[in-house]
Ligand binder design. Structure first.
Ligand SMILES: Nc1ncnc2c1ncn2[C@@H]1O[C@H](COP(=O)(O)OP(=O)(O)O)[C@@H](O)[C@H]1O
Ligand SMILES: [Mg+2]
Length: 259
């Protein structure tokens, strides 16, 4: 089976380099994600995985290029890439504990209509229709992650694994074409991890691409046909899960970490 696919990549990272003072956190890394593809990004701690996601999200400056559908996206502009349908979840779930679960999800859903005070009065019925549509999209996303019965409860009452699911629901409401996820299974029990795999299979089944940073190998093997491996900021291997785990540089990178 070939792991290479043809056509314009949805996301293209081209020779990305990030330096923090004397540390080269990401060193000339190139990586593609094709439409509908689930790609794993792995590597020992400190290998530059989160930094690379931060570059794609515009949170960290870098040299090189980030492209979506073949067109350059400015680097170092937070939020710019979301215009192209690329969204992100974090290593520590970013939810607002003071808001209800539904409110947490709705803060992400863009109000697609324009509002001015005068036109708002004239268009109140259509505003209500829009609000209803947003609510039902939010409820649908909560239902998808199994949190619909918690919709009106504060997110503060959620367990850690549930916060992760809430964060995913918020990303889903934005209708991502590509979701970047930093260690989504970190801190989850094996039952919660299994639920997450099923959820991400559903998300991929809806046509979204995923770029998953994760340490849990079984998790990646379930979801990804292609894995890219970083070590100390450099890309050292890429291929199917079986190919990369058999790669000598990958074996020594992980043995080095275990010592
Ligand atoms: N904001 C920062 N300032 C300075 N160094 C950083 C910063 N963020 C990450 N680093 C360094 O960059 C390297 C890669 O870190 P990171 O991308 O977090 O790795 P990973 O996610 O693979 O564990 C590490 O050496 C880390 O200490
Ligand atoms: Mg990290």
């Amino acid at each position: 089976m070939s792991t290479e696919t043809t056509g314009t990549p949805l996301l293209e990272c081209d020779a990305i380099t990030v330096r923090f003072g004397g540390v080269t956190a990401v060193d000339g890394v190139s990586l593609d994600v094709r439409p509908g593809e689930v790609v794993g990004l792995v590597g020992p701690n400190g290998s530059g995985k989160s930094t690379l996601l931060n570059v794609v999200s515009g949170l960290v400056d870098a040299s090189g290029a980030v492209r979506v559908d073949g067109a350059d996206v400015p680097i170092g502009k937070p939020g710019r890439i979301t215009r192209h349908g690329v969204f992100r979840t974090y290593q520590t779930p970013q939810v607002d504990p003071g808001l209800t679960c539904l409110e947490n999800v709705l803060v992400a859903s863009r109000d697609r209509g324009r509002r001015t005070t005068a036109s708002a009065w004239l268009r109140r019925p259509s505003m209500w229709a829009r609000d209803r549509a947003r609510w039902s999209e939010g409820a649908e996303a909560l239902g998808r992650v199994g949190l619909l019965d918690r919709a009106h409860q504060p997110a503060a009452g959620l367990a850690y694994g549930e916060r992760r699911h809430l964060e995913i629901a918020r990303a889903l409401v934005a209708k991502p074409r590509l979701l970047l996820m930093d260690e989504p299974a970190a801190g989850l029990s094996s039952v919660e991890t299994e639920r997450l795999v099923e959820l991400l299979e559903q998300v991929a089944g809806l046509g979204a691409s995923l770029l998953l940073v994760e340490h849990k190998i079984a998790f990646l093997e379930r979801l990804c046909r292609r894995i890219v491996v970083l070590q100390t900021g450099r890309r050292i291997a890429a291929g199917t899960p079986a190919e990369v785990w058999a790669h000598p540089e990958v074996i020594s990178a992980y043995l080095g970490e275990a010592r």
